[in-house]
Design a protein around this ligand. Structure first.
Ligand SMILES: Cc1cc2nc3c(=O)[nH]c(=O)nc-3n(C[C@H](O)[C@H](O)[C@H](O)COP(=O)(O)OP(=O)(O)OC[C@H]3O[C@@H](n4cnc5c(N)ncnc54)[C@H](O)[C@@H]3O)c2cc1C
Length: 395
C-alpha cells in the first residue's frame, strides 16, 4: 500500500484529517487509522508534520494495465464558463475512446459548477465525475491534485487528458508524480496504437526541430497535456445526455496552505483574446519598427479580429508577449490567420498551422510561410496591408 502509517510517530494531531478529501481517516486511541474510503491520494502524507504518514512513490513495472479502462478529460472552467480547451479535449477524447471502444468521461471539480455537466455531455462526454466543495471554488494546487489523484486511483482510467493552460501545467505533473504515471506535456497529436492499446503521443522536441512520438507502456494512466487550439471541438449535440457520478469530497480550508486573496484579470488592450479569435492578423520582423504595428491593428479591426505577433517582434519589444503566436507563445486555430512580414519559422508554424485559412504577405517569394499558406501575396506589406484595410472599410 503506497500510503502507510508509522504508528510511533503519530501524535493524533488531526492535521491529516483536515487534509483528507475523502474522510478516510479516523483517530482511534489517539492514532490515525485509515478506513475504506482511502483512495491513496497522498494528501495526508503531505499534511503530516511528524513523518508519521508515508506515501511511497516508486516506479512499479508490474502495474496491471488491464485494470485501467476509459478516457478522462479534466474540465477547466473560469467565471462559471468552461474553457475552450476543455471542449477541444473532449472532442479528441471522444475520438480516442471510440477507437478503444470505451467511454469518455469528464472530471468537473469546483463549487456549485454541476450545471456545467450538461455542456460536457453536449460536447461528447458519456460520464461526468463531479467533485464539489467550497474549497475547490478557485483552482489551488493542493486540493485539486489531492482530489484528482484520489479519483484516478479509485476509478482507474487508462488515459487522462489535461489542457496545457497555466492551471493544467501546474496540475498535471503533480498528479502524474503522485501516481507515478509519467506525463507527456504539450502534445500536438494523439492517437491510439490499436494493436498494443497504447496512447501514441506526439510533441515537438529539440526546439521544435523534431517531432517526438512517445508511448507509455507500463505505467497507468497514460497522461498528456494538450495546448488549447490544437484539437478540434465536436459539433454540439444538445440531445446528448450522460451519467453523472457524484464523488463525495470533504475539504477543510484550514488544511490548505495557499489562500486566494483576490482574483485579478490580466489587463490587455481589450482586443486580444487570441485563443478565442476567429480572425487573427499577425505582424513580424518585416514591420521594421513598433509604430508599424498600427497597420496590423487597423487591418485586424477592419476584419473584427485580434492582433498576433511573431517572437521576433515580441523580443524586439514592439508588442507585449501575450500577443505571441507559436511554440513558446499561444497556439491558435482561427478561421483566418493573416501573417504579415513573418518568415514562417517552424516555431511560429507550431502555433498557427492548423488555422482554417492562412494568408501570407511577404516580399520574399521563397519565405517558408508560403509552404503552408492557403493564399500567398508576394509583395511589400506596407502597400498591401493598408490597401486591404481600405478595401474592407469601403461601404
Ligand atoms: C526555442 C524557440 C522557441 C521559439 N518560439 C517562437 C514562437 O513561439 N513564435 C515565433 O514566432 N517564433 C519563435 N521562435 C523564433 C523563430 O525561430 C523565428 O526566429 C521567428 O519566428 C522569426 O520571426 P519573424 O518571421 O517575424 O522574423 P524573420 O524570420 O526575420 O522574418 C521576417 C520576414 O519579413 C519579411 N519582410 C521584411 N520586410 C517586408 C516587407 N516590407 N513586406 C513584406 N515582407 C517583409 C522578410 O522577407 C522575412 O520573411 C522560437 C525560437 C526558438 C529557438
Amino acid at each position: 500500500m503506497p500510503v502507510h502509517l508509522i504508528t510511533d510517530n503519530c501524535t493524533g494531531c488531526k492535521l491529516c484529517l483536515r487534509a483528507c478529501p475523502y474522510r478516510a481517516i479516523d483517530i482511534v486511541s489517539g492514532k490515525a487509522q485509515f478506513n475504506d474510503n482511502c483512495t491513496q491520494c497522498g494528501a495526508c502524507a503531505s499534511a503530516c508534520k511528524f513523518d508519521a504518514i508515508v506515501l511511497e512513490i516508486a516506479y512499479t513495472p508490474n502495474v496491471d494495465v488491464g485494470q485501467y479502462r476509459g478516457v478522462w478529460v479534466v474540465a477547466e472552467h473560469l467565471h462559471g464558463q468552461l474553457r475552450r480547451g476543455s471542449y477541444e479535449l473532449l472532442g479528441e477524447g471522444r475520438r480516442l475512446a471510440d477507437k478503444l471502444d470505451v467511454e469518455v468521461a469528464a472530471v468537473l471539480l469546483g463549487d456549485q459548477t454541476a450545471d456545467l455537466a450538461q455542456q460536457l455531455f453536449t460536447y461528447g462526454a458519456d460520464k461526468v465525475y463531479l467533485g464539489q466543495d467550497p474549497v475547490l471554488a478557485h483552482y489551488r494546487t493542493g486540493p485539486y491534485s489531492n482530489v484528482l489523484a484520489g479519483m484516478i486511483n479509485r476509478y482507474k482510467p487508462e488515459i487522462v487528458l489535461i489542457s496545457a493552460t497555466p492551471q493544467g501545467r501546474d496540475l498535471a505533473p503533480r498528479v502524474a508524480a503522485r501516481l507515478s504515471a509519467g506525463l507527456t506535456a504539450d502534445c500536438t497529436g494523439l492517437d491510439i496504437d490499436e494493436q498494443e492499446r497504447l496512447l501514441v503521443q506526439t510533441r515537438p522536441a529539440f526546439g521544435g526541430n523534431l517531432m517526438a512520438t512517445i508511448v507509455c507502456r507500463h505505467a497507468r494512466p497514460q497522461m498528456a497535456t494538450v495546448r488549447p487550439g490544437v484539437m478540434k471541438t465536436l459539433e454540439p449535440d444538445r440531445s446528448r445526455s450522460g451519467e453523472m457520478v457524484e464523488v463525495p469530497v470533504h475539504l477543510d480550508e484550514r488544511g490548505v496552505l495557499a489562500k486566494i486573496v483576490e482574483v485579478v484579470q490580466q489587463e490587455t488592450d481589450g482586443r486580444v483574446n487570441l485563443q478565442d479569435a476567429e480572425v487573427i492578423v499577425s505582424g513580424g520582423r518585416g514591420l521594421g519598427k513598433p509604430e508599424n504595428f498600427a497597420l496590423i491593428r487597423e487591418l485586424a479591426e477592419a476584419l473584427g479580429g485580434a492582433v498576433g505577433a511573431s517572437r521576433a517582434a515580441v523580443d524586439a519589444g514592439w508588442i507585449p508577449a501575450y500577443h505571441q503566436v507559436g511554440q513558446t507563445g499561444r497556439t491558435v486555430q482561427p478561421k483566418l490567420y493573416v501573417a504579415c512580414g513573418i518568415s514562417g519559422a517552424v516555431q511560429h508554424l507550431a502555433g498557427m498551422s492548423s488555422s482554417d485559412c492562412i494568408i501570407a504577405i511577404n516580399k520574399d517569394p521563397t519565405a517558408p510561410i508560403f509552404n503552408i499558406a492557403t493564399y500567398g501575396i508576394v509583395g511589400d506589406l506596407f502597400e498591401i496591408v493598408p490597401a486591404l484595410t481600405k478595401k474592407l472599410k469601403e461601404p
